[in-house]
Every structure is written in structure tokens, then in C-alpha cells.
Design a binder for this molecule. Sequence first.
Ligand code: PLP
Length: 369
Amino acid sequence: MIYFDHNATTPLDGRVLEAMLPFLKSFYCNPSSLYRQGRIVRSAIDAAREQVAALAGAAPSQIIFTSGGTESNNLALATLPRQGRLAISATEHPSITEPALRLKKLGTRLNIVNVDANGMIAQDAIDKLIKEKPDLVSIMLANNETGVIQDLASYARQLSANGIMVHTDAVQALGKIPVNFKQLGVHLMSLSSHKIYGPKGCGALVFEKGVEILPVLLGGGQEQGIRAGTENVAAIIGFGKAAELARIELAKRYDRLLALREQLETGLKTIPGLSIFASQSNRLPNTVQFGIPEIDGEMLLMKLDQKGFAVSSGSACASGGGSPSPVLIAMNVEDGLAKSAIRISLGLANTEAEVFEFINQLKVLACQA
Ligand code: PLP
């Protein structure tokens, strides 16, 4: 298999597995236990917290470990006061849109912040938000389908100056571009381990001190009472190690992924009629989403699968629905073209030869369709 679906998940880095193994084999004690072994496990969690904080530009005490990006996003929305006002961008992941819709049913006023044809939030949408004054705005840093990176620090500065709290889903941005909680100026930020070569089922919510988070899980008081439940120790250690590696290797990873993306895009542009979505926008170095008119994306995905390529038609969760991606619809992409969407998300083990082979196969399949 040639794996081109790293925005869905990444393989576990061997160095991360090595760091995790002792906590699956020998150090099994509960980190809340007061005897020596328990204290050793507690210190290892504290070290992982420091590693994640260093990658995310936050203090260790601002990191709450969760079960992943989905839980972090749900928890972030739980900060909203009863009968509050929420705004989310039109291109958010379902782990924001679904809880937002449920809150709406329960009486929250929900506004959707539109994006332009390039997937970007325009300044007039921010001006409108400042007039509407929601309690909380959720804007993702980088989109999982198109890779579009929002000008978040600028939006957050303006919104925050007007007393509006800002959450960002930085799940796809982390480890691919510099992500600095403090410099972004947001109040809450969601992260996930398995998008950065760490284990699945682990993530974090970064929070500004003073922001009141209403816990979803109550019980043993773990994670400063914000997220109860015995810690997923090995996964947290793995997330920490993956974060440390991503921080050390970030510039090298960025350059390598961008070079592969440029090679891929140069090849794609030779296919007649093909459009690269949001090609004018600042995007993640590893992500390209494209469409070919008259070609069904899911059919093409299956044919690529038969040739050994693992790609996506959009976000992993949205695949299989048969309806066009809400992200592309929000960008005003015509329905037929949106249904032809294929997303390639490159990773560290991909090679120039694999990209070359992909373009060759795609050219053949596009002609046959
Ligand atoms: N947010 C974005 C932008 C994502 O792409 C994903 C996963 O695809 C998530 C949140 C959910 O993260 P997790 O799989 O860790 O729950």
C-alpha cells in the first residue's frame, strides 16, 4: 500500500513505541497512587505534559490530556454559558459542528462564519462577529480536507479585544506548521496525538488560565478536575514523545513535505480539467485536495485502492456519505466538482517515486473514466 492519508491518521513512530513500551509492561501503577511506582508514573506524565506544552507554545499547567481531538473539541464547547451565543466557521470538523448543533437544539444561539472561495474567513466576517458579540467563536487553524490555514492570530486579536473568547481546533496544524498557543492569542486549543505519529485515543485541550471549563467527565479529579478518569498512561507518554520529535524535526519535516506537495501539484496540473481546491491559499505542506469534472470521487478512490493507493475523498468521517463535502460546499464549489474530490495527505515516509507513480496511475484512470 502507498499510504497518502496522513490527515486521517499517521503510523506510530518507532521511537514513540519504544517510549511507550515500559508503561505497558512494567510501570502499570496508577499515577494517583502515592507509593513509589505510582509516583514514577506521575512524573512520566508530567514530563509528557512538558513535551506537549513545548510543541504547542503553552505552559505545562495549561495542558489537559483527553482521549483525542474529538473530546477536546466537545470539551471546549462546554465552556459556553447556558443560553450563550456560539459562532463556528463553516468548515469545522464534525467534532465541532455536531456538538454545536446539539447546543443549538438546547437553546444556544448559533452563527456560522462563512468562508470565501479560497476557504478563508474574510475580514468583513470578523467585523460582523464583533458586532454580534458571541460568547465563544470556534475557528480551526488548518482544515483537514483542503489544508487551508486561517489567519487566526489576527482574528483572535480582534475578537479577544472585543471580549469574545476564541477556541481553535489545531489538530491538523500541530506538527506540520509552527503552532504557538500564546502567540495565536486564543483561549482554548484542541490537539490530537495520532495526527503527529503518536498513538490513537489521546489528545489535549490547551486552556488559558481563568477560562472556566465545564467538565464533561466527573469523578476522580484528574487533570485539574477538568477531565476525570484514570490517565491513559502509555498513550500520554507516546503523545509526549511524538510532540518532542515533532518539535525537534518540524523545519525538516515541513521542507520535505512541501517539496513532495509541489511535485504532486506539478503533476496534477498536467491532467486536463483538474482543479486544486483553495490553491490560492496558504495551506498545510502535506495536503492537496482536487477534483476532476465528471469523475465520481468515491469511484476514483476505489480504483486507486485497487492500484494500491490509500487516499481519501475528504475527511475520513465524512467519507461514504455520498453527499459532497460541506467544506467544499461552503467554498461555493459546484456540486458535481465537489463530488469528485480526492484528498492526498502526505507523510514522512512518502517518497518522490511514490508521487511519480501516483500521477502516472491517476492519468490513466482519469482517461478511462
Ligand atoms: N479535528 C480535526 C480537524 C480532525 O481532522 C480530526 C480527525 O480527523 C479531529 C478533530 C478529531 O480528532 P481525533 O481523531 O483525535 O478524535
